[in-house]
Write a protein that binds this ligand. Structure first.
Ligand code: SAH
Length: 235
């Protein structure tokens, strides 16, 4: 159980980090991030959900998830799919910060997904649902494509891009949260980009507030006009 001092320290880092990202942290969002930390680390003592230590929760789970705002204007996004969400990252922080979002959390590991579902209920988040299964097995009906598909620490681009592609709406985007050096992964995936309905827009490098960690947000877009091509790739 965390102490008041812990909470004050975490809250201060979260506020500063949000400010650095140009995001307004409402009291509701701050309370939800706090409760999420408590729920995650209580559960993590029993079931293995995350390797990120509690002391790094603010930077490595919350602010890292929110970093997507460096690449995407989240106010214009309505629907998000988090593919390989694990215990709910980045999907839950995105929903906390931008409550208007409708979010689908997908993961093949049931114990992690159950935690995410239970946490959403306890956080009072509505408009968020969980789907258990493997992305490549088309677990979400393709009539339900998202404006934005996100994935953090799930797979190398060569596998991830084909997993994400079917779930992106025409005109929508996919963002893969990657580390400082993506050169090898991008080279390995070069062939995949020529065969899938997503176009590579680029990699936005961003520094994680409160740390020296560099992230690359690899952004892909499904052209609005490629609905025909998208249909062909469905089989
Ligand atoms: N995105 C979370 C979890 C990363 S661990 C975070 O950043 O904290 C990778 C997660 O991806 C695991 O929970 C694993 O179960 C899930 N995963 C891996 N391959 C998958 C697939 N093909 N379909 C769905 N989930 C997958």
């Amino acid at each position: 159980m965390s102490t008041t001092d812990d909470r004050t320290h975490h809250d201060a880092r979260l506020s500063e980090g949000c400010e650095a990202l140009g995001l307004e942290l409402t009291p509701e969002a701050r309370d939800r991030f706090h409760l999420l930390r408590e729920l995650l680390y209580q559960a993590n003592a029993v079931v293995n959900l995350t390797r990120v230590p509690e002391t790094d929760f603010v930077e490595l789970h919350c602010l890292d998830s929110l970093l997507v705002c460096r690449a995407i204007d989240m106010r214009r996004v309505r629907t998000v799919m988090d593919l390989g969400c694990g215990a709910g990252f980045p999907g839950i922080p995105l929903k906390i910060m931008w409550p208007h979002l409708r979010v689908v959390l997908v993961d093949s590991t049931l114990k992690k997904l159950r935690f995410a579902e239970d946490a959403c209920t306890k956080l009072g988040l509505s408009g968020i649902r969980t789907v258990h299964g493997r992305a490549e097995e088309r677990i979400v009906e393709l009539t339900y494509r998202s404006d934005l598909v996100v994935a953090r620490a799930v797979a190398p681009m060569v596998r991830l891009v084909p997993w994400m592609a079917p779930y992106v709406k025409p005109g929508g985007r996919a963002v893969a949260y990657k580390g400082a050096d993506v050169t090898d992964e991008m080279r390995e995936a070069a062939d995949v980009f020529t065969r899938c309905p997503l176009e590579l827009e680029g990699a936005v490098a961003a520094t994680l507030p409160g740390s020296a960690i560099i992230r690359n947000l690899v952004t892909l877009r499904r052209p609005a006009a490629s609905a025909g091509a998208a249909t062909r790739t469905k089989r």
